[in-house]
Design a protein. Structure first.
Length: 280
């Protein structure tokens, strides 16, 4: 019994010594960081890398100039998207040169501002189809082909350019016309306004061209045609004129109320031949 107790005490003493020794051992990570030989190797390695030449960019299938042009193009395109999302303009002219690709050159707040600018510069506006692949060359679309594309259910992706002489150099410059995200809704509203304009114009002409049973211009026939159009809701008229007493005093012109784009909104009045005074 005494021998067993002595063996147990000796085992506990040895185990305690091992725990103390293990606690005093420096962790590997700390030993690696504080080792003098490792610090010297690290310094030698740093000095070796300092003697190496600066890194050189190698361009595969692209020249350095082409790579720089693509980087500027990506940066400028990102700026275009940011301004579109912010709704900062209706349309903008962007450069197409390799030096400043897609850089914004001029901004327009309204459709009218864009159209007036192009008219003042006597600009040539063209529609292009995108080329195939990254390096594909765009192709200009003639009017018949463009009309055919617009009749298709899914219109093909295209872009628009404006070419005009630069006021400073008198040389021809070409810019791409980039439209804002709100331009589509504006175009829809403008198209609806023009359709109403055209409808009023056709109905008014039909009233002015009304004739009697003998095929002659007749004021009463005009009035009846006008009343039928108003009753059918085909013509917006400010005030219905009275029935004429003289069938020979026909209407020869009419006055329209217009919107900010000069589209007809409604008929103000019709003018009879007796109300027109000619003078030089």
């Amino acid at each position: 019994m005494r021998a067993a107790c002595l063996c147990l005490a000796l085992s506990l003493a040895l185990l305690t010594v091992n725990w103390t020794t293990a606690a005093d051992v420096e962790p590997p990570a700390t030993r690696f960081l504080t080792n003098v030989w490792d610090r010297e190797l690290s310094g030698q390695t740093a000095r070796l890398f300092q003697k190496l030449p600066a890194p050189i960019h190698h361009y595969e299938s692209l020249s350095q100039a082409e790579a720089g042009s693509y980087l500027r193009q990506d940066s400028n395109y990102a700026e275009i998207i940011r301004q579109k999302l912010a709704g900062r303009w209706f349309a903008a002219l962007v450069a197409m040169s390799k030096d400043t690709p897609l850089a914004i050159q001029r901004q327009f707040d309204t459709w009218r501002g864009l159209v007036e600018f192009l008219a003042e510069r006597n600009a040539l506006v063209e529609v292009w189809a995108w080329g195939e692949g990254i390096g594909g060359q765009p192709r200009r679309l003639p009017a018949p082909e463009l009309a055919e594309l617009q009749r298709q259910q899914h219109e093909q992706p295209t872009f628009v350019t404006a070419t005009y002489p630069d006021p400073d150099t008198a040389k021809a410059v070409t810019y791409r016309i980039e439209f804002g995200f709100q331009a589509g809704a504006f175009a829809r509203v403008a198209n609806e306004a023009y359709q109403e304009h055209r409808h009023l114009q056709l109905v008014s002409r039909n009233v002015l061209n009304a004739r009697n049973s003998n095929g002659e211009p007749d004021a009463l026939a005009q009035w009846k045609t006008l009343k039928a159009a108003v009753d059918a809701g085909q013509l917006a008229l400010k005030e219905m004129p009275e029935q004429p007493q003289n069938s020979r005093d026909v209407w020869v012109a009419c006055e329209y109320a217009v919107d900010d784009r000069n589209n007809f909104q409604r008929v103000i009045r019709f003018f009879r031949d007796s109300e027109i005074h000619r003078h030089v």
